[in-house]
Design a binder for this molecule. Structure first.
Ligand SMILES: Cc1cc2nc3c(=O)[nH]c(=O)nc-3n(C[C@H](O)[C@H](O)[C@H](O)COP(=O)(O)OP(=O)(O)OC[C@H]3O[C@@H](n4cnc5c(N)ncnc54)[C@H](O)[C@@H]3O)c2cc1C
Length: 443
């Protein structure tokens, strides 16, 4: 058997059971298990691991931050390469690029490091999300509405291929892999061992407005939101959120907006809701610290819970969408469940970079159902199925990051992108070393 510097367990070894699941965020875990786990210490381990998998007839599964809702890193008959130790960070002030390991957590590891250099990268909202899975899916980070997908800011990356070789990928080197890496998510054919990311100057001020409406007003508020959202500038991250405030039994609908250096003027359009006088609480253009936003995210996505998530990019008129959406904002299955209707208007009028991520509309619906015990699973599942069935007629496709194709397949790439992706997979991984999607997308 190959000698690794990192730890290696096979099924039956002491520690194998822990190694398979300990770093998985979602406590609703599948029964799938790998044949072996390699907690790689460095790139040579990853290369040797891919070669060992080939020799043993295993496929290769990968874990960076362990935050896939559907536990994609757990696949049968695989060597699970756990990149937990790949958390290095190195910023170069000459070109503004940070090199970072895929298991670094965006908000908890990368952001504080970049803050020390007065720089910013649009990491995932929940600070614990790993950069590996996040970036490969496209990455819906902070102010994705204005700045675009996080993957658009990847300068280059190092990848261990299906042949166990280390290559650099960028627009000019191994450009096919670079194209696929920005949006194919768990369909990607390689192990990314390092990303080099273009950072931006750190924002100077964050300004927030939020309007809390009683759930009964959801039809009026959502109808207004579907139009008013187009009037906010790209500096504003904007969402309608359905949730239940702590200590209350009643869901509320919050119109929540954070402006990155846009100041109060950028949020003015939010005051135009016809029922604004009936809001239960309002916060209008107040300064907010990034640390507070991170803390809110940690509270909203608690550890040790059982999650069900799904999503859809929507198209349709307000007359179609409002009735389809209202129940998902007024009737939540558990106290911790929340739903989001995010706006991406500014991204629609631009030329998106050519990359695997190729399905998007200006309206994103996602539901995060959060239970505490397995006894709640059936009710949570059934609620989410109902919510998604109502919006499915208006779905143009979904975002990989909040999807689970074993439950509800949807479209993830344009037809042209999907064909190109299949060609790259066949050429780069002829033996199918990387298992690809769990469940098949609709293509
Ligand atoms: C609490 C929470 C909040 C979230 N918030 C956001 C958000 O704001 N924005 C957003 O876009 N998404 C968000 N997500 C979704 C999240 O981005 C995805 O689940 C993503 O896959 C997590 O990346 P990870 O590395 O932590 O996951 P992992 O489970 O480790 O990885 C998922 C899969 O991605 C692939 N992969 C990961 N790393 C590599 C690598 N180095 N090389 C090759 N393949 C790899 C593998 O197929 C792997 O199984 C959130 C998820 C959670 C649980």
């Amino acid at each position: 058997m190959t000698a690794f510097t990192g730890a290696f367990w096979q099924s039956g070894d002491t520690g194998f059971a822990d190694a398979t699941t300990t770093r998985i965020f979602n406590h609703r875990r599948p029964s799938r298990r790998p044949a072996a786990v390699l907690r790689a210490a460095h790139i040579a381990d990853v290369m040797a691991g891919v070669k060992l998998a080939a020799a043993e007839g295993w496929q290769v599964a990968i874990r960076s931050g362990g935050h896939s809702w559907a536990s994609w890193s757990l696949r049968e008959d695989t060597l699970l390469i756990d990149l937990a130790r790949f958390t290095g960070k190195s910023y170069d002030p000459d070109d503004g690029i940070v090199a970072v390991g895929p298991a670094a957590r965006g908000g908890l590891d990368l952001d504080p490091y970049l803050a020390g250099h007065d720089r910013f990268f649009a990491v995932g909202h929940s600070p614990t999300v790993g950069l590996g899975g996040f970036l490969l899916q496209g990455g819906m980070g902070w102010n994705c509405r204005g700045w675009g997908w996080a993957a658009e800011s990847i300068e280059s990356m190092d990848v261990v291929t299906a042949a166990g070789e280390l290559v650099r990928c960028s627009e000019t080197e191994n450009a096919d892999l670079f194209w696929a890496a920005r949006g194919s998510g768990p369909g990607f054919v390689g192990v990314v061992t390092e990303f080099r990311l273009r950072t931006r100057p750190r924002f100077r001020e964050l300004t927030r407005s939020s309007y809390v409406y009683p759930a009964q007003l959801a039809p009026e508020v959502l109808a207004w939101y579907l139009t008013a959202r187009h009037d906010l500038p790209p500096s504003v991250e904007l969402a309608a959120v359905g949730c239940t405030p702590t200590g209350s039994d009643h869901p509320v609908l919050i119109i929540d907006a954070v402006s990155f250096d846009g100041g109060s003027a950028s949020l003015a359009a939010l005051g135009s809701c016809p029922v604004v006088g009936n809001a239960l609480a309002t916060t209008v253009a107040q300064p907010v610290a990034f640390a507070s936003l991170n803390a809110e995210q940690l509270r909203g996505n608690p550890e040790h819970h059982r999650y069900f998530a799904d999503n859809a990019f929507l198209t349709g008129s307000a007359a179609q969408l409002v009735p389809a959406l209202v129940p998902a904002f007024t009737d939540l299955p558990t106290a911790k469940t929340f739903t989001v209707l995010g706006d991406f208007t500014p991204l629609m009028g631009r030329q998106r970079p050519d990359m695997a991520l190729s399905v998007q509309t200006d309206l994103y619906f996602a539901a995060y159902v959060i239970g505490e015990t397995s006894a709640e699973d059936a009710r949570c599942r059934s609620w989410l199925d109902g919510a998604m069935q109502r919006v499915a007629p208006y779905s143009a496709g979904c975002y990989l990051g909040d999807s689970d194709f074993t439950v509800r397949p949807d479209r993830v790439m344009s037809d042209a992108a999907w064909s190109k992706f299949q060609r790259i997979r066949t050429a780069r991984d002829p033996e199918g070393r990387f298992p690809g999607y769990l469940g098949a997308p609709v293509q």
